[in-house]
Ligand binder design. Structure first.
Ligand SMILES: Cc1cc2nc3c(=O)[nH]c(=O)nc-3n(C[C@H](O)[C@H](O)[C@H](O)COP(=O)(O)OP(=O)(O)OC[C@H]3O[C@@H](n4cnc5c(N)ncnc54)[C@H](O)[C@@H]3O)c2cc1C
Length: 430
C-alpha cells in the first residue's frame, strides 16, 4: 500500500520488471470464487511478490534516480563515531572501510539499515548506551529452494489444496515470483531434529514436496526445474530493540530501521512491510527539528504502528513451539482446554472462514496488517458466525473443511527413510 500510494513510479517499475500482485481473490476456494463480489478495500490486501534480487535491483535504480542520493559501493561500515550531548550519547558519523582504507565519515544523522546482523547497537552498548532488547525464539528453521518454470509451461492453477499450509511437523509455502521463477519454503520446528538434519539434501526436500499436493503440482519435473540448492536459515528470532526508554532516548542522531531495530519470524512475510513502515515513520520524525524529539517520535510510532503485530506473532510462535513439542511426544494427552481450543480452531474458525467471503475478508485484513490483529474476533457478528458454524457440527460443515494437506508425520518420515520415533526418544532422554 505504501509503495502503491506514495511511490507510484516505483510501483510501475516493479510491475514492468515482472513483480507480481497476488490479490485477495487468489486466496478463495473455487466455491467462494463463484460467489465473490469485489469490495473496494480488497485492493489493500494485495501481496507484491518477486525474487528478492528483482525487488532490490528495481528499488535501487529508483533510489539512484532521486535527487541528492549517491551510492558508495563496496563500503563497509566498521564502527560509529560518537560523542556526548548533555550526557546523552550522540552518533556523529561512521567509520567506513573502502578499497582497503578506513576513513571517518561525519554525518548529521546515521540510519542503520544493515539488517539483522547489524553490529551498530552492540557498538553503541559498548560505548555505554544501555539499549535493552527483547528476544524470543521463532522456534523454526527455514529451508528454501528456488525453481523456474519450464519453457512454455504456465503456473499451475490454484487447486483445491492450498499452496501454503501447516502440518504441524512442517509448514510449507509456494512463493510465486517474477519471470517464471518461484520458491518453495519448508519451515521445520526446531524440535524436529530428524527432518531438520535431512531436509537440506535435495532428494529429501524434493521427496517432501512430492507428497504435499499443494506443492507437488509446482515441483513436478514436467512443470519446473530447481535452480538452486536448498538454503537453510536458522537462528531465527523475534527481536525488538528499545532505543527510547521512558521517553528518554538512549542515543541521539541514530535511527535503526528494518531488521536492525525489529526482527520478526520470516514465516509471516512481514519483514519488508515492517521496514517500510519504519522508513515512513522516520521520514516524519525528521521533520522535527530537535534530536531528542525525533527519537521519541520515531520509536513511539514504531510501537503504535507495529507492536501489536509483533506481540501477536510472538504469541503464535510460542504456541506453535508447544504444539510441535506435543506432536512428537507419544505420552502427550491433551486436556479439556487444549481439546476445546483445537476444536474451536479446526471445527469452528476454519470451516467458518472457508464458507463465508465476508468473514474471510475481515480475517485477511488483519493478516495483511490493514486492520489490527484479532480486531475481527472482537466483532460480535463474526463471533456469531463462528459459533454458529461450531454448533452446526462436523457433518453439516463437511463441505467447508480443508482438504488433506499431506501425509501425517509417521507416514512422511518413514517414506523418507527417517525414524519417526527418534525425536521422541531424544525428548524422553532429555
Ligand atoms: C529466509 C527469509 C525469508 C524472508 N521472506 C520474507 C518475505 O517473504 N517477505 C518479507 O517482507 N520479508 C521477508 N523476510 C524478511 C526480510 O528479508 C527482511 O525483513 C528485510 O530484508 C529487512 O530489510 P533490511 O533493509 O533491514 O535488511 P537487509 O535486507 O538484510 O539489508 C541489509 C543490508 O545492509 C548491508 N550491510 C550489513 N552490514 C553492513 C556494514 N557493516 N556495512 C555496509 N553494509 C552493510 C547488507 O549487505 C545488506 O545489503 C525474510 C527473511 C528471511 C531470512
Amino acid at each position: 500500500m505504501l509503495i502503491r500510494d506514495n511511490y507510484p513510479e516505483l510501483m510501475k517499475d516493479l510491475l514492468a520488471a515482472g513483480c507480481r500482485e497476488l490479490v485477495f481473490a487468489d486466496n478463495l476456494s473455487h466455491a467462494m470464487r463463484a460467489r465473490y463480489v469485489p469490495a473496494p478495500g480488497d485492493k489493500d490486501m494485495t501481496i507484491l511478490t518477486s525474487r528478492r534480487t528483482t525487488l532490490e535491483l528495481v528499488m535501487r535504480r529508483y533510489a539512484a534516480r532521486q535527487p541528492g542520493i549517491r551510492f558508495e559501493t563496496g563500503a563497509l561500515v566498521r564502527g560509529l563515531l560518537t560523542g556526548r550531548e548533555d550526557g546523552t550519547l550522540r552518533v556523529t558519523g561512521v567509520t567506513v572501510e573502502q578499497n582497503g582504507a578506513r576513513r571517518d565519515w561525519p554525518a548529521d544523522i546515521v540510519i542503520d539499515a544493515a539488517g539483522k546482523n547489524s553490529q551498530a547497537i552492540d557498538w553503541l552498548n559498548e560505548a555505554g548506551a544501555g539499549i535493552p532488547e527483547e528476544n524470543e525464539r521463532a522456534g523454526i528453521l527455514y529451508f528454501t529452494r528456488h525453481y523456474r518454470l519450464r519453457d512454455g509451461v504456465t503456473e499451475p492453477e490454484r487447486g483445491k489444496v492450498p499452496g501454503a499450509g501447516d502440518l504441524g511437523f512442517i509448514k510449507y509455502g509456494v512463493f510465486p515470483a517474477d519471470n517464471g521463477c518461484f520458491s518453495i519454503t519448508l519451515a521445520v520446528p526446531e524440535i524436529e531434529i530428524e527432518i531438520r538434519k535431512a531436509v537440506v539434501r535435495p532428494e529429501i526436500f524434493d521427496g517432501i514436496c512430492a507428497q504435499l499436493p499443494g506443492i507437488a503440482r509446482w515441483t513436478s519435473p514436467e512443470t519446473s526445474q530447481s535452480v538452486s540448492r536448498v538454503f537453510g536459515m536458522g537462528e531465527l528470532i523475534s527481536r525488538w530493540r528499545h532505543l527510547v526508554v521512558k521517553d528518554e532516548p538512549r542515543v541521539l542522531g541514530f535511527f535503526p530501521i528494518g531488521d536492525s531495530v525489529i526482527r520478526t519470524n520470516p514465516l509471516y512475510g512481514r519483514g519488508c512491510s515492517f521496514a517500510a513502515i519504519a522508513a515512513e515513520a522516520l521520514r516524519d520524525a525528521l521533520d522535527l527539528p530537535e534530536a531528542a524529539a525525533r527519537a521519541v517520535y520515531y520509536h513511539k510510532r514504531l510501537a503504535v504502528d507495529l507492536r501489536q503485530y509483533y506481540d501477536d506473532m510472538v504469541k503464535q510462535d510460542l504456541s506453535a513451539i508447544k504444539r510441535a513439542r506435543n506432536a512428537i511426544d507419544p505420552d502427550y494427552k491433551p486436556g479439556l482446554k487444549a481439546r476445546l481450543i483445537k476444536s474451536f480452531a479446526e471445527d469452528a474458525i476454519t470451516p467458518a472462514l472457508r464458507g463465508d467471503v465476508e468473514l474471510l475478508r475481515t480475517f485477511m485484513r488483519a493478516f495483511h496488517m490493514v486492520d489490527r490483529p484479532n480486531l475481527w474476533l472482537r466483532d460480535p457478528r463474526n463471533i456469531a458466525k463462528i459459533l454458529f458454524t461450531w454448533a452446526r457440527g462436523k457433518k453439516r460443515n463437511a463441505a467447508y473443511y480443508p482438504p488433506k494437506l499431506g501425509p501425517d508425520r509417521g507416514e512422511m518420515l518413514t517414506s523418507l527413510g527417517l525414524s519417526p520415533t527418534a525425536d521422541a526418544e531424544r525428548l524422553k532422554a532429555a
